[in-house]
Design a protein around this ligand. Structure first.
Ligand SMILES: [Zn+2]
Length: 72
């Protein structure tokens, strides 16, 4: 191991708390919060920013753990 599995963002939804969740090609979901100064993802706040990140890869820890796919 050492290098995390990277998975492409295929879409988004919001959780019950209104936080943005990225849907990854592997079937896992990953929160993409913008909570400065800890987590800076200003792109997630706007529709254009989110659209620009479609097709970009995020490291998926759930893949590293062999977790089953998430479902809504
Ligand atoms: Zn995954």
């Amino acid at each position: 191991m050492g290098v995390s599995m990277r998975q492409v963002i295929t879409g988004y939804h919001r959780d019950e708390a209104g936080d943005w969740v990225a849907q990854l090609a592997c079937g896992h979901f990953q929160h993409v919060r913008h909570t400065p100064p800890w987590v800076n993802r200003p792109w997630v706040v706007t529709a254009t920013g989110r659209a620009a990140m479609l097709g970009s890869a995020l490291e998926c820890r759930k893949c590293d753990e062999g977790a089953p796919p998430d479902c809504r």
